[in-house]
Write a protein that binds this ligand. Structure first.
Ligand code: SF4
Length: 224
């Protein structure tokens, strides 16, 4: 007969194998919490924007100061499959959340970016690399209109190494970026004192230098 002990996590009662040799956990109540819950780890090209994206956005925030360096216009795309426990924007994990990306919105973003005091665009979500239809169209237009006078930052749940083994659309999006903040949000590495990221596994990567040197080069303005 299996011997179990009762423990309490976050107010929920759970039963764990007493010998602690087994990792199996039986929940007594429906629970938001899990002992070993981790983000998903896709195989290369397992998740594709062509199959997943509904080309929707969760939000657009012009003229903000928090999503990267300087004054920025931020586009939050809808849909992410990493399912990080503690995700900062859980509603945007659904590919159907929000509204369809339109030409009118894109025109507005270009107009907002043309203000002298705006440093650049930030892509986040949701997962920009699973919404490459939107993101590629937008970043190509930005480079056409502004050249390199506006910078482009993106957040992603993928790591740099994972993106090197990914689909062509994801690799193409990378070539238009200046900065990539990479990696899942990990609760056990959470650190709210870090610049622009929530957990210490995430990195602020200088994309052009990393592509040129074929290795991760960290942003040279990193303080912490
Ligand atoms: S990668 Fe980002 S958006 Fe996706 S689940 Fe994790 S924290 Fe949320």
């Amino acid at each position: 007969m299996t011997s179990t002990i009762r423990i309490s996590i976050g107010g929920d009662t759970q039963f764990v194998d007493k010998s602690m040799k087994s990792t199996s956990v039986t929940k007594a109540n429906s629970s938001k919490h899990s002992l070993n819950k981790q983000p998903r780890n896709p195989k290369p090209e397992e998740w594709l924007a062509s199959k997943l994206s509904q080309q929707k956005i969760a939000d657009y925030k012009p003229f903000n100061f928090v999503d990267g360096e300087g004054v920025r216009c931020s586009l939050y795309v809808s849909g992410c499959k990493f399912a990080c426990p503690g995700c900062y924007n859980k509603v945007a994990q659904s590919f159907n959340y929000g509204t369809v990306y339109t030409q009118e919105l894109e025109d507005q973003i270009i107009k907002d970016l043309s203000e002298d005091y705006v440093q650049g665009l930030t892509l986040l979500g949701g997962e920009p690399f699973l919404n490459t239809q939107i993101c590629l169209k937008l970043v190509k237009r930005i480079r056409k209109v502004f050249g390199n006078s506006k910078d482009i930052w993106s957040w992603t749940g993928y790591t740099w190494d994972e993106l090197q083994q990914e689909s062509e659309d994801k690799k193409e999006l990378l070539t238009y970026l200046d900065i990539l903040v990479d990696g899942r949000f990990l609760n056990d590495k959470k650190d709210l004192t870090l610049q622009f990221r929530g957990s210490s596994n995430q990195r602020i990567i200088d994309v052009p230098n990393s592509l040129a040197q074929d290795k991760v080069v960290i942003w040279n303005k990193l303080v912490k």
